[in-house]
Design a protein around this ligand. Sequence first.
Ligand SMILES: [Ca+2]
Length: 163
Amino acid sequence: MVPIKNIGAYLPMLILAVICYAAYRALNGSGLFNQVFGETEEQKNTQKTDDIIKSIPVDISKATITNAQASIFAERLQKAMNPISGFSADYDGSDETAIFSVFAQMNNKQDAKMIYKAFGLRAYTSNWILDNDRIDLIAWLHKELSPSDIAKISTKLNWMVYG
Ligand SMILES: [Ca+2]
């Protein structure tokens, strides 16, 4: 433990660390890191997954929701799984009731696929240094829900990718 009276001596280092981290986040967000160092294998795979999700065909004539509603439901799911904005989704619990209420709105395969696509890939922010682990809705749900809760929605999860 650092004695409290000496904490001032560590403050400049702490400030420097925060500045470096902020600079790293800004650069990483701008894609400048990729331009300088090239894309990592993981980033390439994420891009591939992103392309696959976007190319999932949807027959909108059979859907019971609109694309705008699908986006609202996707946001609602994220909020239910990551209720404390800016906090890692790993550690902030989840609102199962809200999650199930969105699933209750999925009446068929097209609805499920539209919500899955609207969610796309989102950062789960499970670690504070490299939080670019963007994962799909199904992976988010598996991290948030217990196996018995997953079992309750498994049919609709299958609709999303095997519809
Ligand atoms: Ca959570």
